[in-house]
Design a protein. Structure first.
Length: 174
């Protein structure tokens, strides 16, 4: 295996080639972390573009949180590959006569893999709940979906209700 830069520093096309390649790393954890990076990046972009509607402070907070998520997930791309490599290396060790040494190596590698990654003490910790939405951003009372202006056929029976209007019955041919 040749020396290469960390996975987050690779061009996306090269990372995808390695992901599809025959080596055990990068694997599903790295792909999942990349997907999180992409989603969080889109959230940061949306927050920046929505600064006029959200207000500068709220947009800045959302952008900061999304950028932190990108950085954390990007580091997990490499951490997943490194920990998985350790497990694979331990599993490929030749078994000695009783196999106990190999089992200990595998158990230690699995334990290290489970404990790897940034903020491991934060795993499973829930975020603080978001403050309630401001009243001026909610729909006015009595104006839910399909009510008020823009309702096609509001004054026409059978229109705008999702049902087809009744058709007159034809007299049987005779």
């Amino acid at each position: 295996m040749t020396s290469q830069p960390p996975y987050p520093d690779l061009p996306l096309s090269r990372f995808l080639e390695l992901l599809a390649g025959p080596d055990p790393a990068p694997s599903g954890g790295g792909a999942a972390a990349l997907a999180v990076c992409l989603g969080a990046g889109l959230c940061a972009m949306a927050a920046r573009l929505s600064a006029g509607q959200l207000g500068a402070d709220e947009a800045a907070d959302l952008t900061t949180n999304a950028e932190r998520t990108v950085a954390t997930a990007a580091s997990l791309i490499q951490a997943d590959a490194d920990s998985y490599r350790g497990v694979i290396t331990a599993q490929r060790q030749p078994a000695d006569t009783d196999g106990e040494s190999r089992r200990r190596q595998i158990a230690a590698a699995l334990s290290d893999a489970a404990a790897s990654g940034p903020d491991r003490g934060q795993a499973g910790r829930r975020r603080q709940p978001e403050p309630p939405r401001r009243r001026d951003r909610q729909r006015p009372a009595g104006r839910g979906r399909g009510q008020g202006r823009g309702d096609p056929g509001r004054d026409q029976p059978g229109r705008g209700t999702g049902r087809r209007p009744a058709r007159p019955r034809r007299a049987p041919r005779g």
